[in-house]
Design a protein around this ligand. Structure first.
Ligand code: 26Y
Length: 778
């Protein structure tokens, strides 16, 4: 595998090198995509596909006595991210390369990616993911591309040309070393760069200790420098205000900006041209310290006037928000920021002072509003609101689906929307059809190309709608069903190897794979399964013959400190244990938890699914991108009208999916009703079964049951339960009619064009970044 990877890498490097020479020659405006997380998964098959050399490689390997697919499966995942935000960043890189945009990705080269999930007695345990153990064949270490990144210290005043200036005297310096990861486009020679920074001790590091003879301490301190890029934070919910996290953010931001500015200065003299050559995209608020850093460099180092520098900053930055809840937006305690980055704190105060002065012109003395909009949050812990810093500066603030943008406008950033409505834009997420069809579902890929008579849809996904015309064609139906069966077989083998559970291929494979969160309502899924089990137990044999057999597949990681999510995982196992071993049930119901869900597991599971579930309480899923991957693969969707599911329903027709549950605008009123809101009797019964210890672990599950009863039920499981069961029943009725099901499945794939990240990237390029393609000649 290593040899194979290195051989592919040679081809990649040629293109990557040529592309950069070409970009250098043409000097177009470039987009720099800053993200703390990239969830790339495996690279081999993706690279081989995008380079268009799969057949040659497969043949050559056969001649050498190897099997391409077997080798490809040896590769581990690059899991430098948590979930949706990070995988979306990876899809965007693929689209940027394919569409020939002059783009760079910048991030952190964590030594430990997202933890590996192992399950012991049904409980999640976390194990370190030391993914660089055998080296990473895809990266190119650039020992000569390195920059010092400074922390701590003090700020002093000095006089330069008769003008008072601030200078930062840092207390610590760490070296950022570049590791380049070529990202090949499909059907083009372009290969762009994902540059990830690793922390290394600086040569000047703690020289004083050497001179005073404290050699051991000096070495220990050097090692500490490396901790900055050691480990990815595994939480995707709330920001904890940790020093290491702030250092990670500034470390990669500072190195990236030095790199970007050096590249700019190689060809340009004046920063006046900076906005014509540079667009900076910040992926959520995580890299938003870059705004203060750009100001520091322009004002303190390049000696630009404040207002000139601010004008430049406002013209280069755009941000995408991926959160719905205010808790998802980072706040950095002022004391922490003042200690780690003292000059940046001053700069943020100055930005805020000018902002508030401007706001006063619009809102006068409305102090409530001013304090809500301020970048500084007064309170028990005085903090910097990184979202408000981004809102103050960025020319564009993007939501990730229409529903999400609406939430940003009317709730999360209401005040800012009223002030600057033109900044707010919707860029509905997308996923790349290269990885999610061509690589992961080759049989579907061949069917699509055959029926459309062209492979052009792989670069121009709008063409996929051409399948609609054949949605009722019996020949296509036969091919489609065969494809699905082969994929289900592969998945069934995987399930049996991992869990020893044998599943029937005639059953409906019903899947929910995503991070475990209360709002995503895996618990609703489990309670639905318990209800189904309870019904089967109470049936006579003739009723049982009418039951549609189901395999319920669940997968996902819980953040290590997220107790409720961990209990949900245990409940999945407890229910699986009972159901799978009950002779009354047999093949009618099987429950499987797939451990260690990651990108390559998704590539296997999605093509083999019949139905996928997206159960977030309406208004809580910013977009959701998993549903788009299922859609492309012709899996039917059972979903709430939330995030991108609303737009999916518009594209394929609501009659081609199973929608259920409260609508976004009903949720607040339902919550108001609070304690008076009772779920159905059926709901009470299934919760009672868990409470009474029907699945064991009575004491352990008590607090989990409390979250959905006694007036709690913030996520409205009780309210949505009846309509959820009805949607599941509708799915059963449709599954019995295989012609209808297959037609809906074809229409799902045919309607998935809008949800390609190619469309998303075109929108960003035109509406936010103002960049043009720059295609390297073949
Ligand atoms: C601040 C830190 C704790 C943090 C780290 C990671 C906070 C949030 C995250 C990740 C968020 C995330 O993955 N959000 C998801 O982004 C997807 C891409 O836009 C959306 O489809 C999905 O709805 C949203 O939950």
């Amino acid at each position: 595998m290593q040899a194979l990877a290195h051989s592919v890498r040679d081809r990649l490097i040629e293109r990557w090198h040529d592309t950069h020479q070409y970009f250098k020659k043409k000097d177009p405006k470039r987009i720099y995509f800053l993200s703390l997380e990239f969830l790339m998964g495996r690279s081999l098959t993706n690279s081989v596909t995008n380079l268009g050399i799969q057949d040659q490689y497969a043949d050559a390997l056969t001649q050498l006595g190897f099997d391409y697919e077997v080798l490809a499966e040896q590769e581990g995942d690059a899991a430098l991210g948590n979930g949706g935000l990070a995988r979306f960043a990876a899809c965007q890189m693929d689209s940027l390369a394919t569409l020939d945009y002059p783009a760079w990705g910048y991030g952190l080269r964590y030594q430990y990616g997202l933890f590996r999930q192992i399950i012991v007695d049904g409980f999640q345990h976390e194990q370190p993911d030391f993914w660089l153990n055998f080296g990473n064949p895809w990266e190119i270490e650039r020992v000569h591309v390195s920059y010092p990144v400074k922390f701590y210290g003090t700020v002093e005043e000095e006089v330069l040309n008769g003008k008072k200036c601030k200078i930062w005297i840092p207390g610590e310096s760490v070296e950022a070393v570049a590791y380049d990861n070529p990202i090949p486009g499909y059907g083009t020679r372009n290969a762009i760069n994902l540059r990830l920074w690793a922390a290394k001790p600086s040569d000047q590091y703690d020289m004083e200790s050497y001179t005073t003879g404290d050699y051991i301490n000096a070495i220990v301190n050097r090692q500490k420098a490396e901790t900055i890029s050691n480990v990815l934070y595994p939480d995707d919910r709330s920001y904890q205000g940790k020093e290491l996290r702030l250092k990670q953010q500034y470390f990669f931001v500072s190195a990236s900006l030095q790199d970007i500015m050096r590249r700019f200065k190689d060809l340009h003299r004046s920063f006046d041209e900076f906005p014509e050559k540079v667009a900076l995209q910040i992926n959520d608020t995580h890299p938003s310290i870059s705004i203060a850093e750009v100001m520091r460099v322009l004002v303190d180092e390049e000696h630009l006037d404040w207002s000139k520098a601010w004008d430049i900053a406002c013209r280069i930055f755009s941000v995408t928000i991926h959160a719905v809840q205010p808790e998802g937006l980072e706040k950095i305690p002022v004391d922490l920021l003042g200690s780690v980055l003292p000059r940046h704190l001053e700069i943020i105060y100055e930005i805020n002072y000018r902002l508030v002065e401007e706001l006063k012109k619009s809102f006068g003395q409305d102090y409530d509003k001013l304090s809500r909009m301020s970048i500084i949050e007064e309170g028990a812990v005085k903090s910097i609101r990184m979202a408000n810093l981004s809102l103050a500066c960025c020319h564009t603030v993007n939501g990730v689906s229409r529903v999400h943008l609406e939430t940003l406008k009317t709730r999360v950033f209401k005040d800012y929307y009223e002030l600057w409505p033109q900044k707010f834009q919707c860029k509905t997420n997308g996923v790349t059809q290269r990885r999610w069809i061509v690589v992961s579902n080759p049989s579907l890929c061949s069917i699509i190309s055959k029926w459309l008579g062209t492979e052009a849809w792989i670069r121009n996904v709008d063409l996929i709608s051409g399948l609609r015309e054949y949605a009722k064609d019996p020949d296509l139906h036969t091919e489609w069903k065969n494809m699905k069966r082969v994929n289900k077989m592969r998945l069934a083998e995987y399930i049996e190897t991992l869990t020893s559970v044998k599943v029937s291929l005639d059953a409906m494979f019903n899947v929910q794979i995503k991070r475990i969160h209360e709002y995503k309502r895996q618990l609703l899924n489990m309670l639905g399964i318990i209800h189904r089990y309870d019904c089967i137990k109470n049936m006579d044999e003739s009723d049982k013959r009418r039951v549609v057999p189901r395999v319920c597949i669940i997968g996902g990681k819980a953040a290590p400190g997220y107790e409720v999510a961990k209990k949900i995982i245990k409940l999945c196992h407890a229910v699986a244990d009972k159901v799978n071993n009950d002779p009354d049930v047999g093949d009618l119901l099987k429950v499987v938890f797939i451990p260690d869900y990651n990108v390559s597991v998704a590539e296997l599971v999605i093509p083999g699914s019949d139905l996928s579930q997206h159960l977030s309480t309406a208004g809580h899923e910013a977009s959701g991108t998993g549903c788009m991957k299922f859609l492309m693969n012709g899996c039917l969707l059972l979903a709430t009208a939330d995030g991108s599911a609303v737009e999916i329903a518009e594209e394929i027709g609501a009659e081609n999916m199973f929608l259920f549950g409260a609508k976004v605008d009903e949720v607040p009123a339902l919550r108001e009703k609070g304690t008076t809101l009772k779920g159905s009797l059926q709901f009470a019964r299934v919760v009672r079964m868990v409470r009474d210890g029907y699945f064991g672990f009575k004491d352990y599950f008590k607090s989990l049951c409390d979250t959905v009863e006694d007036g709690g039920d913030f996520y409205l499981l009780g309210y949505d339960f009846a309509s959820y069961l009805e949607a599941q029943a509708a799915a059963d009725r449709t599954f019995v009619d295989q012609e209808k099901w297959t037609q809906m499945s074809i229409l799902s794939t045919a309607g998935s064009g809008k949800f390609s990240s190619d469309r998303t990237i075109e929108e960003y390029a035109q509406q936010s970044w103002g960049i043009e393609p720059c295609k390297c000649p073949f």
